[in-house]
Design a protein around this ligand. Structure first.
Ligand code: LLP
Length: 422
C-alpha cells in the first residue's frame, strides 16, 4: 500500500493534506505525490547500501516531473536517462550530469554528442552497432566515451511480457554469449573507455530469485572479462523492483540488497562501485490520481462509473490491464454500493481505469486511483485533445503545485494551418 495515505475522520489524506481540498483547489484529474513517500523509498535503498560505494540513478522515465527530479538530485541521486530530452530535464532540475547514465537501444548521434558535451557518467551500450557509432562520435569530438555494455542475462523476471526485458528474444542488451567478444571490441575502439557492466532484467519484479540468478550470471561475466585484461570498475544492476499494487509482496529494497550484497561479498566483488537504476519502487506508491465521477450509467450486463480521468491521463490499465485500486475521497458517502467498471470519457472501449469495482458513489463524488506515482503521468498523452492534468507535491501540510494544468492551446501550439492558395 501507500505509506502516507490514510483516512482521518473518513476523509482521505496524503501526508497532512486532505485530498478533497486539493481536488477543489486545483480541479480534476489531478496527480498528487507525497514527498515523504519518495524519500522513504529512497531511504530503504540507502539503508541496504550502508557502508558501500554506490550510486543510485533514478530511472526518471517512471516520473520525470522536474520537481521530482530536483528532490532526488538534492538527496544525492543520479539519473538513468533514455533520451536527450530526459537529459535536458535533468539539467533543468539541477541534477549532476556526471551522475547520469544513458540507457536505451536507439541513441541517435545527436543524443550521443549532447550527452558527451554534458559530460555524463556512462553510456549503457545495447548493441555492437551502437558501440561503433558511439566510438566514432566521441572520437570526432576528441573524447573517449565512458561505457558499460548492457548484458542480457537470460533470466525470467516472471513479470508481464511487455515489461520483462532480460530474456533472449527481446530487443534489450547483448546476449550473454556475445558479451566477452563485445567487450574485447570495445576495448580496442579509440573513442571508448570501458568503465563498467550493466544489466536490467525487467520491471515490477516481486521475487528475489531472478535477481540472485542474474547477479550470478553477471559476475561470471565480470570474471571472464577481467581475465581477458579489461577492468570493470562498476557493476550496474539495473532497476525493476516491484511495488504493492494489489496485495503484491515484493522484497523490501534493503532486504533484497542484503541478499545481493552477500552474494557479491562471497564472490569477492563486494568492494566494487555499485550502481542501480530503480524507477517504480522510488515513486510508484507515492502518488494518487484524483478524479471526479461524472455519470453513473447502470446497464443490463455492467454498471459504468464514468469519471473525468481517462486512458490518456493514466494509460497503465488500458496498456497492460494493470490493476490500480480506486477508493473514495470521502468514505462517509451514503450512496448504495454497486459493482462498476470505472471508465473515462475517451471514445475507446479500452478506456477504463478499473473493472468490477465495488463502490458507493454518486455523480459529483471524488475518487482516488492509487499507486499512480510511476509510469502514469509520464506515459500520459493528449489523445482526444485532452489537456494534461495538474500535479501537486505534498510535503507534510504544505502542497506545491509542480505542474500547472495544461491549456488546450498548449496542445496545438506547434501545429500550422495550410496556407491559403495563392
Ligand atoms: N533501467 C532500464 C534500462 C529500464 O529500461 C527501466 C525500465 C528501469 C531501469 C526502471 O525500471 P523500474 O525500476 O521502474 O522497474 N511502463 C511500464 C514499465 C516499463 C519499464 C521500462 N524500463 C509499466 O507501467 O509498468
Amino acid at each position: 500500500g501507500q505509506p502516507q495515505l490514510h483516512y482521518r475522520d473518513q476523509a482521505l489524506y496524503l501526508e497532512d493534506r486532505r485530498l478533497s481540498d486539493l481536488a477543489r483547489e486545483h480541479g480534476t484529474p489531478l496527480y498528487v505525490y507525497s514527498q515523504a513517500s519518495m524519500l522513504q523509498a529512497l531511504a530503504a535503498y540507502q539503508r541496504g547500501f550502508a557502508g558501500r560505494r554506490v550510486q543510485i540513478c533514478y530511472a526518471m522515465k517512471a516520473n520525470s516531473s522536474l520537481a521530482v527530479l530536483q528532490l532526488f538530485a538534492q538527496h544525492g541521486c543520479g539519473f538513468d536517462i533514455v533520451s536527450g530530452g530526459e537529459l535536458e530535464r535533468v539539467m533543468a532540475a539541477g541534477g549532476d550530469p556526471a551522475k547520469v547514465i544513458f540507457s536505451g537501444v536507439g541513441k541517435t548521434r545527436a543524443e550521443m554528442r549532447q550527452a558527451l558535451e554534458a559530460g555524463i557518467g556512462c553510456f549503457n551500450v545495447e548493441s555492437e552497432a551502437e558501440l561503433e557509432v558511439l566510438s566514432e562520435v566521441a572520437q570526432s569530438m576528441g573524447l573517449r566515451a565512458p561505457i558499460s555494455i548492457r548484458v542480457n542475462p537470460n533470466v525470467d523476471a516472471k513479470t508481464h511480457p511487455y515489461i520483462s526485458t532480460g530474456l533472449k528474444g527481446n530487443k534489450f542488451g547483448i546476449a550473454h554469449e556475445r558479451t566477452l567478444d563485445t567487450y574485447r571490441r570495445a576495448a580496442q575502439l579509440p573513442g571508448l573507455r570501458v568503465v563498467g557492466i550493466d544489466c536490467h532484467i525487467g520491471s515490477q519484479i516481486t521475487e528475489e530469485t531472478p535477481y540472485l540468478d542474474a547477479m550470478d550470471r553477471l559476475l561470471d561475466l565480470v570474471q571472464a572479462i577481467e581475465a581477458a585484461g579489461i577492468a570493470i570498475h562498476h557493476i550496474d544492476f539495473g532497476g525493476g523492483l516491484g511495488i504493492d499494487y494489489n496485495g503484491d509482496t515484493p522484497p523490501a529494497a534493503d532486504a533484497l540488497w542484503s541478499s545481493l550484497l552477500a552474494k557479491l561479498d562471497a564472490r569477492g566483488y563486494g568492494d566494487r562501485l555499485l550502481m542501480i537504476e530503480p524507477g517504480r519502487s522510488l515513486v510508484g506508491n507515492a502518488g494518487v490520481c484524483l478524479t471526479q465521477v461524472l455519470y453513473l450509467k447502470p446497464g443490463e450486463q455492467k454498471n459504468f462509473c464514468v469519471v473525468d480521468a481517462a486512458m490518456n491521463d493514466l494509460p497503465r490499465p488500458a496498456m497492460y490491464q494493470a490493476y490500480h485500486a480506486i477508493v473514495p475521497l470521502d468514505a462517509a458517502a451514503k450512496a448504495p454500493e454497486q459493482v462498476y467498471d470505472v471508465v473515462g470519457p475517451i471514445c475507446e472501449s479500452g478506456d477504463w481505469l478499473g473493472k468490477d469495482r465495488s463502490l458507493a458513489v454518486a455523480a459529483g463524488d471524488m475518487l482516488a486511483v492509487l499507486s499512480t506515482g510511476a509510469y502514469c503521468s509520464s506515459m500520459g498523452s493528449t489523445y482526444n485533445t485532452r489537456a494534461r492534468p495538474a500535479e501537486v507535491l505534498v510535503d507534510g501540510a504544505q502542497a506545491h503545485l509542480i505542474r500547472a494544468r495544461e491549456g488546450i492551446s498548449d496542445i496545438f501550439r506547434c501545429e500550422r494551418l495550410i496556407p491559403p492558395k495563392s
